[in-house]
Design a protein. Structure first.
Length: 196
């Protein structure tokens, strides 16, 4: 696609920044943010191809936008066939919107002998949005629902998620801290209005 519809992402990040300016509670952020993210992923004409590329060995985490005050970030997760995360947490609120393909999210919770699955796995299809946070449930493992194609989801977090110290977990409950960083060195230019 020669002309990406960057106004969609620009509107999303502007709306979310304006909402956060009013210092709303988390429930409001998750509710309103879910609606706006749902509208963003309803269209598949705005994400530059550079931020849709899989890696043969592991998922990719491309930063699309980071708020100047690091109050939130927007990331594209690109899953190669059959790829998955370890069990991990976020330690901030987050929204996951499915753009292409599908993914499976399995929540985990502490149990008497380590971690145990919590509820049935949730499948996200294009247009679906799910929330995570220490308040509503924060530990999960995510995998591409397909073994033969790429899936892409758009994640929004209540921090610069690539710089947050968080943890991956073994099923025995032991944890290892990590900072994820990002797969890309450059951001998409959503601010060029010369073609609009």
């Amino acid at each position: 696609m020669s002309e990406y519809q960057h106004h969609r992402l620009r509107r999303f990040v502007s709306d979310l920044a304006n909402l956060l300016d009013s210092q709303p509670d988390e429930a409001t952020v998750l509710q309103q943010g879910s609606a706006w993210l749902g509208e963003l992923i309803r269209h598949d004409d705005w994400l530059d191809e550079a931020y849709t590329q899989p890696h043969p060995d592991h998922y990719q985490q491309y930063l699309l936008y980071a708020d100047a005050q690091q109050r939130f970030s927007v990331v594209s997760f690109v899953w190669g066939p059959g790829q998955q995360t370890p069990i991990h947490d976020h330690r901030v609120w987050g929204l996951i919107g499915m753009l292409r393909g599908a993914e499976i999210s399995q929540s985990w919770q502490p149990g008497p002998h380590g971690l145990q699955p919590e509820g049935a796995p949730v499948r996200l299809n294009p247009g679906d949005v799910e929330a995570v946070s220490p308040t509503v449930g924060d530990i999960h493992r995510v995998s591409n629902a397909y073994d033969d194609r790429v899936s892409i989801s758009i994640h929004v977090y209540g921090a610069n998620i690539g710089a947050v110290k968080r943890a991956v977990y073994s099923e025995d409950g032991s944890e290892k801290q990590f900072i994820s960083g990002y797969s890309n060195r450059y951001l998409p230019n959503i601010w060029d209005l010369s073609h609009e």
